[in-house]
Design a binder for this molecule. Sequence first.
Ligand SMILES: [Cu+2]
Length: 659
Amino acid sequence: MTNLLLIPLLSYLPADTIANQTHAIDEVVVVSGRTEGRKRSIKGQVASIDEHIGELSHVNLVRRGSYAWEPVVNNMATERVSTTIDGMKIFYACTDKMDPVTSYVESGNLQSISLNSGLSGNPQSTGNIGGSLDLRLRKVGFDADRFSGNASAGYEANGHLQVYGADAAYSSDKFYINGGAFYRHADNYKEGGGREVDFSQFSKVNAFANLGTRLSENNIIEGTFIYDRASDVGYPALNMDVSKAEAFITSLSYKRLFQHPVLNSWETKVYYNHITHIMDDTTRPDVEIHMDMPGKSWTSGLYSLISASKGIHDIQFNYDLYYNRLFADMTMYPGGAAPMYMLTWPDVGTLNTGVALSDALSLPHSQTLKFTAKIAQQWQKLNSEEGYHALRVFFPGMKDSYYQTIGRVAASYQKAINHYTFNIGAGWGSRAPTVTEAYGYYLNNTFDQYDYIGNPRLKNESAIEVNGNIDWHPSTSFTLNLDANAFFFYNYIIGQFENRLSAMTVGAEGVKVYGNIDHATIVNTSLSAQWKVLPWLSWYGKASYAVGRDADKDPLPLISPFAYASSLDFTLWGKLQTRVEVKGNSRQVDYAPKYGETETAAYTIVNLNAQYTLSVRKSSLSLRAGVENLFDHRYSTYSDWCNIPQKGRNVYVNVSVGL
Ligand SMILES: [Cu+2]
């Protein structure tokens, strides 16, 4: 858990969300809107969601190609991270994690992305040991400018990436609507040195609409619709590509505002989303056995959130319920022989319902105490008789339905004294195994070349978190921040060797079955500083270090090595903002050969960026240009799946117009 709730970060919040989100937010990255001076991607709105998420300080990204990167929070990936879209639960549909939930939205859909580090979690999140991300949709709201619009276009030379987007909004006292469309297309990119990375292309379209109507002064109905479709997506780190990944995301909510001494607002939202994911290996050369591997995910749910404040208390109470169905199968076509069919996710239905409570207490002498808790119950059923019988061969006596109780509780305390702000926190939380971990069937993992089988007998994983943060700001122009957290796991879930079974996938090393290991530890630390040297010159530096250990004290996989970043920002002629940035990782000394991880070499890259904004009354024009990986260094980071190389030198330009 934690909540550094750094005071300056609060100012990153759009004004309309401050009221009901004060509690639990560690950090927010602004995606769109004209709010200047806030944390945001240097490429502006044209940046991909992944690039925006990468701005958050506890986050890394696992990359399997140039599209759909997997967010990793506090060195924990999807299994231990909750991702919601405006509080809506949504689950990816790929057994190979090709489609993290964040791949189904676009920068144009979002106002901001907020991160709650660790176990504190937003009210709708469950299973968030590492943290929770909430993607906030961009709603123009009532009483904004009557008509407004944005258009943007971008080009990146490496991979010929093209981005086009446009949106428009209408707002009045009683009604608002905003909507738009986004298109991205990229060819194969080139790694440092100029070699082309095959199967790294993608195309994506996204359209969205948000609307709201005010029934009376304090009664609001809002609706949301997103359609997203990626096609011809290459995954150079995997054996397969994606011919289509498609999502429909929709919600309807009723919000009541109160002029009441205690109650502030009460919002109830119902939602539905579904995802279709179709993998494709037909464009790959030398495929020994061609495979069809589609996956589907359906989720419907609701939440009801009440915000209240009285005296020193600021309280949120949330009830939520969702039902998700995951289905994936595989048909193999061995040349000449009859096709083989198996269910890789045996149509698993998950019904989850929970209540969450949080309270932020403002105490005298600049002290804040925060408390969050959630308890949820979960029922799972294997709807496919065939899938159930296939798994029961390995787990005699297994049932076709399971019941779990999961929960979390976290508290943090903050105090400001003179030029210091101290924050300490602690929490406990548990998570149920994911569908892959509990019921996955011969899922090939290219990371360690093993076929993975789920284990319906897994125990829930739990963790204790402790965290601390010291912020020293001796003057308004200088800040030094030290941040640390540690997670002590019990029944940590990870794949374990199973020598009695043989692999199904051609070329696989063997089989692993998910199991609980008695305990494991992950520790994250970082030190950062910001210095406004002169009115037109500022400096930023950051270094971070993390350690992960299993029960035998061996390293856990995918833990970041020592990482650093430093940048200088110059404002020239009062208008032109420029940045020189250096970032890199040291050699990954602490990699995990036991879990199939290979060592990643050290790297350092240099990026340049310049940005110019011209405003005339309410209109604005932004021009951005830059170079990434200026010296065309060939490198990969520890989180590049199978060490696929990153982009070589990349020159980009983009333009945004707001009216
Ligand atoms: Cu896939």
